[in-house]
Design a protein around this ligand. Structure first.
Ligand SMILES: [Zn+2]
Length: 295
């Protein structure tokens, strides 16, 4: 008896992120209205949906490069509405900013390909699964104008860094979908609690007080005190996470620092930054200390 896995998705301000219930990868849609109605891609004109929840590759953009598992997606703006040619610089605003924020937050992006982009689709649009924004940058295109580019990577791609960090369940036969599902669930699960802890601490590291600023906004990482997955089985709850800068995240994961019962970060002898909205369970700190051999 196997229970169906819960659909990994979440909603922010009416925007659905991740998988859309009842919409499997490969599902076809007749047009943009059908995509909109099914909540796969909101809006009828723009390539980037509100908050970057999805993108449509529609063949209109000369700079897009599609390699299947990776896509170099060109941002929006600066194009002539009639010819589609780049006639001005693109800015890191609106949809472009939303995709940049997707990377900082680790949010998944649904990718839809259209028949004008991919001739094998013949007609309409196809939902092609979840990708993540792996990096983004500005460059000058062959037309002489600045464009923003987004390197998108398929989340289910086994060689992606995310899956190496994921908790994959070895299984016989076709375990790939399960693996992908597990990883997507994990990314999204992390996102909810992670976003919460970052907001409470305003993206400031609870250990060293660093607050990193990027063009897409502040950046911080959520870090589980007692690790998730086997054999530690730490819970994905606020009581088991910290808001950390990447350096302190590595130090905690690699057992170089630990938190004592007085909320002091050792061996620094530094007080952990706390907030009344975020209570850490000392049991989880004790567990992590034991991993460090610092009982
Ligand atoms: Zn730090």
């Amino acid at each position: 008896m196997t229970m169906p896995a819960p659909t990994p998705s979440f909603e922010i301000n009416g925007n659905l992120f991740g998988e859309v219930p009842g919409v499997p990868v490969g599902m076809r849609f007749t047009g943009r209205q059908a995509l909109h109605d099914a909540r796969v891609h909101r809006g009828l004109m723009r390539g980037i949906a509100p908050m970057g929840a999805s993108i449509v590759l529609s063949g209109g953009y000369e700079d897009d490069e599609d390699h299947g598992d990776t896509i170099l997606y060109t941002g929006e703006g600066g194009r002539d509405a009639n010819t589609g040619r780049q006639t001005a610089d693109q800015l890191l605003t609106l949809g472009n900013l939303a995709l940049a924020q997707s990377m900082e937050r680790g949010w998944p992006v649904r990718v839809i390909r259209g028949h004008q982009h991919d001739a094998t689709i013949r007609t309409g649009y196809r939902y092609d699964g979840l990708y993540r924004v792996a990096s983004y940058w500005s460059e000058r295109g062959p037309h002489g104008h600045l464009i923003w580019r987004f390197r998108m990577e398929r989340i289910s791609e086994p060689s992606s860094p995310a899956i190496q960090a994921g908790v994959s369940e070895p299984a016989s036969g076709s375990h790939e979908p399960l693996r992908a599902q597990t990883m997507v669930s994990r990314i999204i699960r992390n996102t909810r609690v992670g976003d919460q802890v970052k907001e409470i601490h305003d993206y400031r590291c609870q250990v060293c007080s660093t607050r990193l600023e990027t063009p897409a906004g502040p950046y911080a990482e959520s870090c589980h005190i007692r690790p998730l997955g086997r054999p530690h089985n730490g819970p994905d709850t606020l009581a088991n996470v910290l808001c950390l800068c990447p350096n302190c995240h590595v130090l905690l994961d690699d057992l170089a620092i630990w938190i004592d019962d007085d909320r002091m970060v050792q061996p620094y002898g530094k007080r952990l930054r706390v907030d009344p909205r975020h209570c850490i369970d000392v049991m989880h700190a004790q567990y992590q200390r034991a991993l460090c051999d610092k009982r």
